[in-house]
Write a protein that binds this ligand. Structure first.
Ligand code: BMA
Length: 384
């Protein structure tokens, strides 16, 4: 009798667990916003923490920060160990570093902006060891003709790849496989895989890259993105958070037009540059606030982090840009992060360097506590 009762109980228990798991699985999008169920625990922790960090402050990000920057006289410095323009000014590194893998697909030693890939790997690993985060963009050459840059017009690249099995396999076996190897090579001092935010095929609402809106349909863009996520999962890459990153957008409908789906995107972002300052100051702030408002709402609805994935005012021509414009844009948005573009050349930089006219205002922004740097990231324990 006792045994019979035990078997019935066991059967009920198993049926309950199975049914409950199916319900959980079916609704996993709603319950867990993160797309990779096999993500490493550090990657899962980063995802969770990016959803809440904004309430404390938004992570300050800078593209290529430790790779190069500008000297007091505006000339360039390159590859000076553990230096960065932000660190020279504040004494701490950005909470977020951005890097680009453009030209990895070509098997080159350095990326399209001459940063060696082994240095990018080192910078990402050091950033993780400090408790900071890295985000990766990708400006690949055209996979149908690798002699063409990411900006060269090649009509119908994505539809051609999707409709031609051989071409697609070639793209996967060359470009995507190289990416997967790079991602899997990232290891922290603790021996763990380093989580990174991967932001492929960005600014796709515009048409200046081969994956741009004029060169593929909405359906094709989504299928191409999904193929990429699936391929990297098949290659057992489990240390990525995928960031969807449009250019300026008009409305929620416009933002979601090419959205590959809740099971294929972890982070909601957009890129927006401030041009024609000071004439456009108010317009830029209003527009950026509106777009942040839209992705905040979507992020809360979808249980996903949201962020300004790329921004800046070239040469920071406004001395009070950081407190006037950046703090106004961030406002009460609680965005996870905001990434500023690279200090590439004396005529092409987006963060202050020591001696720049916006340096004092930059320090003021940092002191506000609303924007977090290395110490803020460390304190937030983003990987636990
Ligand atoms: C652009 C410019 C280019 C650079 C490219 C990829 O915005 O900064 O000089 O090559 O990004 O990083």
């Amino acid at each position: 009798m006792y045994n019979l009762l035990r078997s019935i109980f066991e059967l009920l228990r198993k049926t309950f667990i199975r049914t409950f798991s199916v319900i959980l699985f079916l609704s996993s999008d709603m319950i867990y916003g993160q797309i990779d169920p096999n993500a490493t625990s550090e990657t899962k922790a980063l995802y969770k923490n990016l959803k809440s960090i904004g309430a404390t402050g938004s992570l300050f990000g800078h593209q290529d920060a430790p790779a190069y920057g500008l000297n007091l006289d505006g000339t360039r410095w390159v590859a000076d160990e553990s230096r960065s323009d932000i660190k020279t000014i504040l004494g701490e590194q950005p909470a977020l570093l951005g890097f680009d893998l453009g030209h990895l697909e070509l098997g080159k030693f350095a990326n399209l902006d001459d940063v060696p890939f082994n240095k990018i790997k080192q910078y990402i690993e050091e950033q993780y060891d400090r408790g900071g985060v890295s985000t990766i963009s990708w400006h690949p050459n055209n996979p149908l003709d690798y002699s063409k840059t990411t900006w060269d017009k090649v009509e119908a690249t994505i539809p051609t790849l999707l409709n031609n099995k051989k071409a697609l396999r070639n793209y996967q076996k060359t470009s995507l496989k190289k990416l997967s190897k790079f991602f899997k090579s990232l290891k922290g001092a603790d021996g763990k895989a380093v989580p990174v935010i991967f932001r492929p095929y960005h600014e796709h609402t515009g048409s200046w890259f081969w994956w741009g809106a004029d060169y593929c349909t909405e359906k094709e863009y989504k299928a191409f993105w999904q193929m990429t996520v699936n391929y990297l999962a098949k290659k057992k890459v489990h240390n990525l958070l995928y960031a969807y990153s449009t250019d300026n957008f008009r409305s929620e409908v416009h933002y979601l037009e090419r959205y590959p789906g809740d099971s294929f995107v972890d982070i909601l972002g957009f890129d927006s540059y401030h041009r024609n300052a000071p004439k456009s100051n108010e317009q830029f702030v209003n527009n950026a606030q509106r777009m942040l408002g839209t992705i905040k709402e979507l992020g809360l609805e979808k249980d996903k982090p949201y962020a300004v994935s790329e921004t800046g005012l070239e040469r920071v021509t406004e001395d009070n840009w950081w407190t006037n414009i950046v703090l106004s844009v961030i406002g009460e948005s609680e965005a996870a992060y905001i990434l500023f573009w690279r200090n590439g050349r004396p005529d092409h930089f987006y963060a202050p360097y020591p001696g720049h006219t916006s340096e004092a205002d930059f320090k003021k922004m940092a002191a506000s506590g609303k924007i977090l740097f290395e110490e803020g990231a460390k304190k937030a324990n983003l990987y636990k």
